[in-house]
Design a protein around this ligand. Structure first.
Ligand code: FEO
Ligand code: CA
Ligand code: CA
Ligand code: CA
Length: 640
């Protein structure tokens, strides 16, 4: 969600003295990691339930790139077609009913609970049936990150009511939709026994070390075990046993505090007035002054089984509590699970969780509590190109009673404070993380940080080398022995984003090929081709440093050569969020989020069509976030 963390203040944009040196060293160090890319893979992880079927094609972008665009349309390369599959308000296909979307936004809260939520983000494809590699029938599972209440209700915030709060809550969470393909055409199956909406009111269980802890208990839940709902679900992950991981990002923005802010509220951004969702007016638990522990029950990774629509989602506290962007899996050499995670806020950290137990690949139910036991680590990137993972374990290092950490649950609830104490490296907003399917090299987008080097803010280091960093960078690392269990790594910057024509050295990047800024979504296809999605905030899109880069876009990069080509440009005012392909790599699903967003529009119902009427066109109504399907007209491998 870009609204709350838009960095509009202008800091002095002077070039960091070491920046040219950083660009140079990246060019020479690329050779080192190129060698690693050719090394044998250890424990590479196939998609859930699939063998990698198209994995040996050449991981180079084979299409003719599209040019930059400010059109209110999705543009893809010649020979490709993009179609809308599932937009905000479309029926999820639940057997209990399929209410039609109303362009005047007059759908009720109850109807919204049976329809696609707003603001599509992370997405994954699970083949049907479980364990198959089907590329023509499956479950699409996705996040609906947040609501724009100016668009969600016919009259926006006017006459704010319990019904409007409930509709907003029901437009959050996740969708599970069954999809199928015939003759190259995809459709949502309605009705489907798998269809499901998870919302900010869905009952969930708490798992892991913080389950039942005093910090998790509230007036409504004396057990500290049962939480209502998930919200601000940004990116995602999945497990080898076919479950989906949905990640709670800017959860703090939903709370107000009519009383006293605790240290933890302050550390996590809970503020007296909140950020305008106004849920607290009809759902008192969102007043952290009255319910100081309710915030502790959010900011987690939530696991659920899309193959079982009755299954209860579980908040996995062993994975820590922060602004979770996503949770991406890798497998250790000895068969345990690693989950890489970014905390998307300025000067926050990169984490990984390593499970205690091995994955059971023959009995998926045996993995039901695998994510409750393991070790959470935070990353330290040293200026010499090496790095280390620091364990966040109570009693180790600085995480002692003497330093104010009571026990392991306390360490996990206050993950950011624990990482501060551990001396981790403050990053430029870690967003998506992608693990190379053949080499286990890990790539992470650092989307931007205009506060870097600002007054009373951290200065630069080699991993975060620019003051007033408006364009961002992609960092990558190789764990010791290429084993994701490794506690040391080597790193470099894969790409420093920027405008190649900029006369300001701090805004020039080193991308080979098509330029971009503010990388956010990041995903490897089976071949090892890296897909990059951008989230330039609406307040800077097509202005200032971003004047020449058009609308938000998706690109593909060959990580061996660095060659990057622009594959897609989005409609006006959107960002490009999730991406995934079917196992045969012939269909790609991409999420288009917040088309039509303008700097002033949020919470303003006056004119929701200012810059976009995508995807329904001028005859339709409000712009709608949507999942699109992209295929090659000749049925070939997407991206090749
Ligand atoms: Fe929701 Fe960090 O993007
Ligand atoms: Ca966003
Ligand atoms: Ca994101
Ligand atoms: Ca973002």
């Amino acid at each position: 969600m870009s609204h709350s963390y838009r960095d509009d203040q202008t800091l002095n944009a002077s070039a960091n003295p070491s920046f040219a040196e950083v660009l140079e060293s990246r060019m020479s160090r690329r050779g080192l990691l190129k060698g690693a890319a050719a090394a044998a893979a250890v424990g590479s992880l196939p998609l859930a339930g699939c063998a990698a079927s198209a994995s040996r094609r050449d991981p180079a972008p084979g299409f003719a790139p599209v040019s930059i665009s400010t059109a209110d349309a999705v543009r893809v390369p010649q020979g490709y077609t993009a179609k809308v599959l599932y937009a905000w308000g479309d029926s999820v296909g639940h057997p209990s009913g399929s209410p039609a979307f109303r362009q005047d936004a007059a759908n009720t809260a109850a109807e919204q609970a049976l329809q696609a939520g707003m603001h599509h983000d992370g997405i994954h494809y699970f083949p049907l049936p479980y364990g198959s590699t089907s590329s023509n029938t499956g479950l699409l599972v996705m996040n609906h990150e947040y609501t724009d209440d100016g668009l969600l209700h016919s009259d926006g915030f006017a006459d704010w009511s319990a019904e409007k709060v409930r509709k907003s809550q029901n437009a959050h969470g996740c969708s599970v939709v069954e999809v199928r393909e015939k003759g190259g055409q995809w459709e949502v199956v309605r009705p489907s026994p798998f269809a499901r909406r998870i919302t900010a009111q869905t009952p969930m269980r708490v798992g892991g070390p913080a389950a039942g802890h005093a910090l998790m208990k509230t007036a409504a839940d004396a057990t500290g075990m049962n939480v209502l709902g998930t919200f601000n679900n940004c990116a995602h992950g999945y497990t080898p046993w076919g479950t989906y991981l949905t990640c709670e990002e800017n959860w703090d923005t939903y709370f107000i505090n009519s009383g006293t802010l605790t240290d933890d509220h302050l550390r996590n951004g809970v503020s007296p007035k909140g950020r305008g969702y106004r849920w607290n007016e009809f759902d008192e638990r969102f007043d952290a002054g009255k319910h100081p522990n309710e915030p502790n029950r959010h900011g987690w990774v939530v696991e659920f089984d899309p193959y079982n629509p009755q299954s209860q989602p579980v908040k996995r506290t062993a994975l820590g509590r922060f602004s979770h962007e996503g949770a991406w899996p890798a497998k250790t050499a000895d068969g345990r699970l690693v989950i890489y995670m970014g905390d998307d806020r300025v000067f926050e950290y990169i984490y990984k969780f390593v499970s205690r137990d091995r994955i059971n690949s023959s009995d998926r139910n045996a993995n039901a509590s695998l994510l409750d036991h393991g070790t959470l680590y935070v990353a330290k990137f040293n200026d010499d190109g090496r790095g280390e993972w620091i364990p966040l374990v109570h009693g180790q290092g600085a995480l002692t009673v003497a330093n104010g950490f009571a026990d392991q649950a306390d360490v996990l609830v206050r993950t950011r404070a624990a990482a501060d104490a551990a001396g981790a490296t403050k990053m430029d907003r870690p967003e998506w993380i992608a693990v190379h399917p053949h080499t286990n090299e890990v790539y992470c987008t650092l989307t931007n940080n205009s506060q870097r080097g600002g007054k009373d803010r951290a200065g630069t280091d080699r991993a975060n080398p620019r003051v007033n960093n408006v364009f961002g960078q992609i960092i990558r690392w190789r764990e010791t022995g290429n084993d994701p269990a490794g506690l040391r790594f080597e790193w470099d910057l894969f790409a420093v984003a920027g405008d190649p024509q900029s006369t300001d050295a701090a805004q020039r990047g080193n991308i080979i090929g098509d330029a971009y800024g503010s990388p956010d979504g990041l995903w490897f296809d089976d071949s090892g081709l890296l897909w990059i999605q951008t989230d330039v905030s609406t307040s800077t899109l097509n202005k200032g440093a971003y004047e020449r880069l058009g609308n938000n876009m998706m690109l593909a990069a060959d990580v061996r050569s660095g060659l990057t080509k622009r594959f897609l440009t989005g409609p006006a005012g959107c960002e490009i969020t999730g991406v995934v392909m079917t196992p045969d790599s012939r269909t790609m699903f991409v999420n288009i989020q917040h088309p039509g967003e303008t700097s002033s529009e949020r919470n303003d119902p006056k004119n929701p069509k200012v810059v976009s009427s995508w995807p329904d066109g001028a005859a339709g109504g409000r712009p709608r976030s949507a999942t699109i399907v992209i295929r090659r007209d000749d049925g070939g491998l997407v991206g090749s």
